[in-house]
Design a protein around this ligand. Structure first.
Ligand code: PBG
Length: 334
């Protein structure tokens, strides 16, 4: 007989007791704050699908670095919106583009801030895909089809990572899902004296509907087709372990699972397999759903936000990329 001997409620009697036995903690340093720097705006431009998020001019970089420091955040993750786009994403290699400029300004303002850059060409290509396209003959059909050329894309990614490292990024974070890119980027960094620049690999990235709002924020919706030819099938969990292992073997310093909420089991699985620091990306759709539900009076936003972030840490993530970073830091008293 377990009752009345066992009464789990005993440990829930007071807030102090509950705090004493709490298994999962949250702190501002667990959060990476995603920011969008645009070469095309002079003032912050609100993103309609992401209440509270704006595209920022580079001149706002220093103030955001100070804000991140003041709140004690783990760091920032930078995305770029260039002035011009072409088929190869050439503007992503411009050392004077919005990301390299923002990196430099943030490191000038707050040298100790951890600055991470997203490495992917989709914000810089006119077709919106995460790589260089090539025509492929499709057997059994009349015509050709466009596909992303994996190996050609690796060269552009390596160059972009170098541009970010030269600007002063502490960490480069490839999000493209090309095979072999971690190894290629490592080789490029090491070959240019950046052996201390880390790689945070979006190792396990699913082809998710929850990226919808981001594609407005970063202006990178694919102009045709979808990303299922390179991002993972949401039905697959074993494949996540394979992707994580490959990136670890290629030299990734940290791994990421993305999105977070529909993939908590995957976070748990990767945590069990790897000893590397593990990140999870609480993506745009996950953020905007809470905003929309709160605006409709359906949930308590602050409590729902903290519950979501706690669940991601409980699943096994060390750190979380989240648009809630500042609001959550405020709740935590920072
Ligand atoms: C690609 C990239 C995407 C996100 C981060 N990096 C979009 C995509 O793969 O379509 C999504 C982030 C979010 O939804 O918050 N560079």
């Amino acid at each position: 007989m377990t009752f009345p001997l066992h009464r789990p409620r005993r440990l829930r009697v007071t807030p102090a007791l509950r705090a004493l036995v709490r298994e999962t903690t949250l702190a501002p340093r667990d959060f990476l704050w995603p920011l969008f720097f645009s070469a095309a705006v002079d003032e912050p431009r609100p993103v309609g699908t992401m209440p509270g998020v704006s595209q920022l001019p580079v001149k706002a970089a220093a103030a955001h670095a100070k804000e991140a420091q003041k709140r004690g955040l783990g760091g920032v993750l930078l995305f770029g919106l260039p002035k011009t786009k072409d088929a190869r994403g050439t503007s992503g290699l411009d050392p004077n583009g919005p990301v390299p400029q923002a990196v430099a300004a943030m490191k000038d303002a707050v040298p100790g801030l951890v600055v991470v850059t997203d490495v992917c060409v989709d914000e810089y290509t006119d077709h919106g895909h995460c790589g260089i396209l090539r025509k492929r003959k499709v057997r059994g059909t009349a015509g050709d089809e466009w596909e992303v050329d994996n190996d050609a894309t690796l060269e552009v990614l390596a160059e972009m990572a170098l541009v970010h490292a030269r600007a002063g990024a502490d960490v480069v974070a490839p999000s493209d899902m090309m095979d072999g890119r971690v190894g290629r980027i490592r080789q490029a960094l090491d070959g240019s004296g950046f052996e201390s620049t880390s790689i945070l690999s979006y190792a396990v990235k699913y082809a998710s509907s929850f990226y919808g709002p981001f594609r407005e924020a970063a202006d990178c919706a694919p102009k045709f087709g979808d990303r299922a030819g390179y991002q993972m099938d949401p039905a697959n969990a074993r494949e996540a372990l394979r992707e994580a292992q490959l990136d670890e073997d290629e030299g990734a310093d940290m791994l990421m699972v993305k999105p977070a909420l529909s993939y908590l089991d995957v976070i748990r699985d990767v945590r069990a397999q790897s000893t590397l620091p593990l990140f999870a990306y609480n993506v745009s759709g996950e953020y905007s759903m809470l905003k929309a539900a709160a605006a409709a009076g359906m949930i308590d936003y602050g409590r729902a936000m903290m519950e979501v972030l706690t669940s991601i840490r409980r699943a096994g993530a060390d750190a979380i990329v989240t648009y809630h970073a500042i609001e959550a830091a405020e709740v935590l008293g920072a």
